[in-house]
Unconditional design. Structure first.
Length: 172
């Protein structure tokens, strides 16, 4: 919703009404029950207060603790590099106490195989963004090299048992 509100300039009270209109399923039922129980006047509800209700219900300490655990245990493993990077960046939002770029870089690299780390060891990137770009470049380079090698090493198929050879001019 925040992205939507950046584009549309609504008043804080109108933001609440638009957000409530867009609630679906269990969240909509929860809001109906809460607003009835607390006699909340939606037209007069400030945006900050509405956000606090949502955060208290759906962004509990337990939620953040589970995200922090995933953040610290995340590894490339069976993920594709882009999936790993996106997941780590998404979870990083839930770990606001990590502000130092070196710590972010270390955490990102710690989930990757040693071969990835070795390739950028001497570059010493200064930001997480730099690190991601360098890892991505090295990963793409490696994939391309493996594909080229696979093509070069692949044996040619036999043509009915005949292998093409040099053409002779002295046929008898």
């Amino acid at each position: 919703m925040k992205k939507y509100f950046k584009v549309h300039e609504y008043s804080k009270n109108m933001k609440v009404r638009v957000a409530i209109f867009n609630l679906k399923g269990k969240v909509d039922i929860w809001w109906e029950d809460l607003s009835n129980a607390k006699a909340i006047q939606e037209r007069e509800l400030p945006w900050d207060e509405f956000e606090k209700y949502l955060r208290d219900k759906y962004m509990s300490a337990r939620y953040y603790n589970s995200k922090v655990k995933v953040f610290h245990e995340l590894k490339l493993a069976k993920l594709i590099l882009h999936e790993y990077t996106n997941k780590l960046l998404e979870i990083l939002r839930c770990v606001p106490y990590i502000k130092d770029e070196k710590v972010k870089i270390h955490r990102y690299l710690s989930g990757l195989p040693q071969s990835f780390k070795d390739r950028i060891k001497f570059d010493e990137p200064k930001t997480l963004e730099d690190t991601i770009l360098k890892i991505d470049y090295n990963y793409c380079y490696t994939v391309i090299c493996h594909r080229v090698l696979a093509v070069l090493v692949t044996p040619l198929p036999h043509f009915g048992g005949l292998i093409p050879g040099p053409v002779r001019s002295d046929t008898t």
